[in-house]
Design a protein around this ligand. Structure first.
Ligand SMILES: Nc1ncnc2c1ncn2[C@@H]1O[C@H](COP(=O)(O)OP(=O)(O)O)[C@@H](O)[C@H]1O
Ligand SMILES: [Mg+2]
Length: 418
């Protein structure tokens, strides 16, 4: 992508109203623009990262046997009345009316809709298990939308729902999803922990959260440095964990994913039943599994940035190489940089090419800000010697290479792709 043709309005100054690094950096790097409180437009650069997260999530959901569907954002009150949540939920549930005075809500989650689909389509236990997911906008009228897309009102979620014959099969589905979540957050290159959680409004009795470790996280986590024990601090204070105090460590985390065992909380009141081999009809046993797609992008930035900007984990980087032509008015520089742009792309790399007629300092500043793993600079001095300057954004390692040659790490990737 050539910057001269890219709508990526970067900001030099920190926006005054952004309190956390990810919010500041997403605004400054031209990823986002606010529309209303907790409601954002994603600009091309931000959208590209979000699509990478969605792609990884989609691949791992498909690989785990879940089927993608797409449910409406607008949901009839009648379904929510069946489970009692129409009255139980507070103002976070955004209630609306159509022209005929019928009640609807903007979906904050989709248990009711998906359970309705399943109950109308299934009759026998032989048709289970069923796992359905979607990647879609949610609306929750949060009391305090804050930290940009970390806690928005409209946001993208991957939500998945499992339906099984009994508790044991439902736990299998739960564990299949848990494995998929591990693969997703590993693939995204994030440092995270799985913590036991209270299941809150969704109901049921087992729930775990996937938490990305970051100093700015809203949740305080306590975990065993040598074992599996990991919980939210409130839960830790309320129970005895049996782990010696010196082995416990505290860190802050951002909840990016949440998995729940639901039992028959929804299937029973909604009569989503299947006929078993003994002839009895019993409710399907459910689980639900969410990942905040927008929040994952923000959490990655909270975990990976410095005073100059974002440092994308390789796996999430929207472009692997940021190519800079320092002297657009110099025909040789431009000819070489244009050629490199084509050849890097031919090797399978996504390249962001700063081909604008701007001062070198401004180019370096904005390339650091947007945080691509590798920077390749072409300037008049290097061109005379037949060299390009490379910089690794994360390690700050800088070196010169003959023009057209790749750093080892990229060389290996180019080969792997060939
Ligand atoms: N207001 C929000 N803004 C952005 N992402 C959100 C928001 N609320 C929830 N999410 C994301 O969706 C995932 C699933 O949501 P869920 O666990 O149902 O919400 P909560 O933890 O707020 O009860 C969360 O782990 C989080 O990543
Ligand atoms: Mg949650």
């Amino acid at each position: 992508m050539k910057l001269s043709q890219y709508f990526m309005p970067t900001l030099r100054e920190n926006p005054a109203d952004a309190q956390v690094p990810s919010h500041r950096l997403m605004l400054r790097a031209g990823m986002l623009r606010p529309v209303a409180s907790g409601v954002y437009t994603w600009l091309p650069f931000g959208l590209k990262v979000r699509e990478i997260v969605a792609k990884v999530v989609r691949e791992e959901m498909d690989a785990s046997g879940a089927n993608e569907i797409f449910m409406p954002m607008v949901q009839p009150a009648s379904l929510w009345q069946e489970t009692g949540r129409w009255d139980k939920m507070d103002a976070e549930l955004c209630r609306i009316k159509d022209r005929h005075d019928n009640n609807f809500c903007l979906g904050p989650t989709h248990e009711e809709v998906v359970t309705d689909v399943v109950r109308k389509s299934l009759s026998s236990y032989k048709q289970l298990p069923v796992m359905l997911y979607q990647i879609q906008s949610k609306f929750r009228d949060e009391v305090r939308p804050r930290f940009g897309v970390m806690r928005g009102r409209e946001f993208m979620m991957k939500d998945c729902y499992s339906f099984d014959v009994d508790e044991e099969a439902a736990m299998n589905s739960y564990n299949t999803m848990k494995d998929a979540y591990h693969r997703i957050f590993k693939r995204l290159g994030l440092d995270y922990r799985v913590v036991k959680a209270d299941s809150g409004a969704i109901g049921g009795d087992l729930s775990e959260e996937f938490q990305v470790i970051a100093e700015t996280g809203e949740d305080e986590l306590v975990f065993d440095k040598e074992g599996d024990y990991a919980v939210n601090v409130e839960k830790h204070d309320a129970e005895t964990c049996g782990v010696p105090a010196e082995r416990l460590e505290t860190k802050r985390g951002i909840e990016v994913g949440n998995i729940f065992y639901l039992g028959d909380t929804y299937s029973k009141p909604m009569k989503a039943v299947v006929k078993h081999s003994d002839g009895t009809e019993r409710p399907a046993i459910m689980g639900c599994y969410g990942i905040g797609i927008c929040r994952t992008v923000a959490a990655a930035i909270e975990q990976n940035h410095d005073e100059n900007g974002i440092i994308w984990p390789e796996e999430m980087a929207p472009y692997q190489i940021g190519l800079m032509n320092l002297r657009v008015s110099d025909d040789t520089c431009t000819e070489i940089a244009d050629k490199l742009y084509d050849s890097f792309r031919a090797l399978g790399f996504d390249v962001l090419y700063d081909d604008r007629d701007e001062p070198a300092g401004a180019k370096f500043t904005s390339m650091d800000l947007v945080g691509l793993p590798w920077q390749c600079t072409i300037g008049p001095r290097g061109v005379k010697e037949g060299k390009a300057e490379w910089k690794n954004r994360k390690t700050d390692e800088r070196f010169e290479l003959p023009i057209g040659e790749l750093p080892d790490a990229l060389q290996a990737k180019a080969k792997a792709a060939a």
